[in-house]
Design a protein around this ligand. Sequence first.
Ligand code: FAD
Length: 193
Amino acid sequence: MSKLSEVEITRAIVDTYMNSLLDNLELDVAVAGGGPAGLTAARELALRGHKVALFDRKLSPGGGMWGGGMGFNVIVVQEEGRSILEELGVRTSLYSPGYYTASSVESITTLIAEACRAGVSLFNLFSVEDVMVDLDRIAGVVVTSSPIEIAGLHVDPVCFSAKYVIEATGHPLEVLHTVIEKTVLHSVLLLAA
Ligand SMILES: Cc1cc2nc3c(=O)[nH]c(=O)nc-3n(C[C@H](O)[C@H](O)[C@H](O)COP(=O)(O)OP(=O)(O)OC[C@H]3O[C@@H](n4cnc5c(N)ncnc54)[C@H](O)[C@@H]3O)c2cc1C
């Protein structure tokens, strides 16, 4: 077996990544946010045969689940959450009637792995900053690289079309706020016209 050079290893990374990127420009479903909600929704849809990509701003998807409570890496779930975790093979323990504990790290790593195995294309370090609109429908997401966003660089984003967009950015509801702002602005412009 011949040893790959540094350039050949780089070619393997760039080639594979770019093919994945190109393959995902037209989606059935774009999921904004890779916390437990986004990962679960993306996995379920991919298992049903839909072409799904998930975009998360962070290097490590998983959202707020990693830290349990105050960094104590344990989560507490009720029956509905437990059934999802157990379906994926995550161990849970009954704590009191109707309430179960689980390792937050085991839970989130499994949710990420199972979403990938189901066929979800996961793009970390991608921030959804806007939505594409086609007449009166949301038609995809406008994304930028998180390091570009953090640096505040004036760089154009790129677009992924999607028949459906799922808002799963957690408490900030960033995509929903963008849609509301766009809708209000559109209404104001219509009134002004
Ligand atoms: C203040 C606070 C209150 C909480 N309250 C509750 C509660 O009442 N009940 C409960 O069960 N849990 C609660 N939690 C715990 C836990 O955070 C959530 O239950 C759980 O993480 C929510 O999952 P989620 O997938 O909806 O969102 P999150 O876990 O927050 O995941 C959102 C993901 O979206 C990504 N993201 C955000 N914006 C963008 C963007 N523009 N583009 C791309 N990616 C983006 C983030 O990087 C993150 O990975 C709370 C946590 C906090 C900090």
